[in-house]
Design a protein around this ligand. Sequence first.
Ligand code: FAD
Length: 277
Amino acid sequence: VTTFVAPATVAEALPLLAAGGTAVAGGTDLVVAARSGRRALPPAVVSLHRLDELRGIERSGDGSLRIGALSTHADLERSGLVRSGWPALADAAVLVGSPATRNVGTVGGNLANASPAMELGAPLLVHQARVETSGGRRLGIEELLVGPGRTALEPGELIAHVVVPASAASAYVRLEYRRAMEIAVVGAAAALAVDEAGRIEEARVALTAVAPTCVRAPAVEAALREATAAVFGDAAELAAEAASPISDVRASDRYRRAQIAVIVRRALELAHERVCM
Ligand SMILES: Cc1cc2nc3c(=O)[nH]c(=O)nc-3n(C[C@H](O)[C@H](O)[C@H](O)COP(=O)(O)OP(=O)(O)OC[C@H]3O[C@@H](n4cnc5c(N)ncnc54)[C@H](O)[C@@H]3O)c2cc1C
């Protein structure tokens, strides 16, 4: 038997979670996994849907973006603020599942579920985002994502907000076999700042679905520093150094490894087009 409660405030939710309750936001990972028989529904479910404190997408005084954990992928997709200032996040949100999935699946759920193929991981990594938790902790995305399905959250601790600093132009691209209802085979995000002479001042690159978590690609970033767009192809070849892909139903490790450079180059080119817009 599963019990279900829907507290009205975070203060009411925390003791229920501390007592062993499991948070559910949109339910598109948790409930769908239970329905399909992959994982049993937990014995005590604490729904977050009434916690308005965890909603909203706004710009803070320091120019950073503050995203409530209950914001949905559709909220990101529709936000003019996100599309103009943090476009890799909008690129990623648009790719998630179907409109139904995007309308209920949340940012907090995507991060806490910690799938290596999660869409928001790589864009948040290149934008150097951090999460603020209900315990008052601030964790960088690379600290939060510990392994497949594992995060650094303490039992009963919630992701409350995601804070994304003001940043360079960005893009997220994924390789998939069809345009919708697909999970990333390989994905890449890039963030770039370029000076007037076309020299790259800042470059960050992160990969999806090719390692136990979404990861940065430091060798690519180093190769781009002070270079120009002419090196994108060669720099992208170095991305596989950050990868340890597995073979699964969607692709072999060899295929994934072969595609990484292609997807990284496309992400760099799209981010670069946006710098120049
Ligand atoms: C048909 C379909 C297609 C999909 N396609 C994609 C895709 O293309 N890309 C992709 O990345 N994902 C995809 N997903 C997965 C899923 O939709 C996303 O990961 C979504 O963002 C999960 O959010 P949720 O609110 O539904 O999470 P839930 O299922 O409610 O929760 C997931 C996990 O996170 C925990 N949790 C939820 N909110 C919080 C919080 N604030 N703090 C701490 N823990 C929390 C829950 O306890 C649970 O363990 C798809 C799912 C379906 C069903």
